[in-house]
Design a protein around this ligand. Sequence first.
Ligand SMILES: Cc1cc2nc3c(=O)[nH]c(=O)nc-3n(C[C@H](O)[C@H](O)[C@H](O)COP(=O)(O)O)c2cc1C
Length: 467
Amino acid sequence: MPDLLLDFKKDISVIEEGDGVVMRSANSSFNLGQLSPGLVAALRQLADGGATEDRLADIVQETADAAALPMFYYYLQQFINMGIICYTVRADGLPLATLVPFSTAGQLEFPHVALDQKYTLSRFAYCRHEKGRAIVETPLFPAKIILADWRSAALLGELAQPQDCNTLTKIPGISADTVRSFFSLLLTAKMLDVASATENDTMTQWEFHDLLFHSRSRMGRHDYPSGKTHPFLDKIPPLPAVKPKMSDFSGTVRAIDLYKPDIPKLKAGDVPFTWVLEERKSIRNYGVNPITDKQLGEFLYRSARMRALRPSMTMMECSNRPYPGGGACYELELYLAVNTCDNIDSGLYHYCPQDHQLCHIADRNRQVEALLKNALGSSGEDELPQVLIILAARFQRVAWDYQSMAYSIILKHVGVLYQTMYLVATAMDLAPCGLGAGNADLFATAAGTDYYAESSVGEFMLGSKGK
Ligand SMILES: Cc1cc2nc3c(=O)[nH]c(=O)nc-3n(C[C@H](O)[C@H](O)[C@H](O)COP(=O)(O)O)c2cc1C
């Protein structure tokens, strides 16, 4: 192992209480019982500035207790397994970079680095600031590295090109041995690649942002709070369950009442479920006669209306709709870019799920045309969709409830609603097709929304079915 300084994570303190030693962190505390004075001194050192492993062993041995050293190594291993030991490379006696493991990191292997071996920065490593410190993270490993000194940031910058320990000694106070320790730290955290190494086929097919999204929205690779933590409770009020009715760009609300089907009658006499499931398919061509306002009303009512408002334990108003939704947040808003529909003018509309109305936003302008043409491009066909249903998310509805996974939940909801719309369209003998790509910026401009507050996350084409 390189010459690293070991210390406890910053939130850990060691306190002698009554007849035992207690270790406390932000969320837990455990009593280690009575320990020998040498061991207590080593634990105190770990909590107060740290030391190299050899120095810690010396501290333990400064007392005459022969059993203390094996006991120290036993405890050190437990702390490493728990992911509470940090490892620091120093330059000129000052911290250069610190590896902070997450709880699942386990035993770390610090590989030997040959002075003439060339390395480059991993394409998955990224740098950002956290609480005033520059940190490097990667979806490949559960740890972060704190860049404690501008020189570690300079070293990283140089690593965009292949470098070895000897070529990076131009920076003041950085010796080849320091670079070697720094490389070993980066290699342990999978932030550095051997310059000549090639990725296997699995890794080659991961894009940086996809792997980062995967690793940060699932548990295992990080220690950040995750799940239904209500991070903004008592800080930011939640958005209402139903978006207020939208006006057009002149500020006028023009709402069209839509047809409501007879649900009890449909429950009793609709086509069988298995028929719908087996007949469902994507259809990208349409009948000669356009979809009607009545069909559109029935389709929206059956797949996306609000059935009821629901109070919630967390002070966030929720609702109930025909499709399931995590936390009953129902953040998805439906916008309709109408190309052709009987009795409804071409243009852009917002669906009000509470009153089952379409609110007019814009006539068929340049942006509406572009939204329809983009859908055409995605479908690979030569016929514009009769109606393009754009699914936009009011992101903060979900972010108010869930942490680390809000966007992934939203995309799951897109899938849930797609399938619901596919099945309803099939039961109604309409032509449905989900789409994978869409332009969120174009949507925000067309609908006049704030990209960060509400923009598109999915598109669904709908029309009458041809023969
Ligand atoms: C999330 C998702 C994205 C899709 N994206 C597109 C698309 O961009 N263009 C397209 O023509 N079809 C798209 N489809 C439709 C699929 O191509 C289609 O579901 C698949 O080929 C299976 O055929 P089927 O739906 O007829 O059973 C998408 C479907 C889903 C669920």
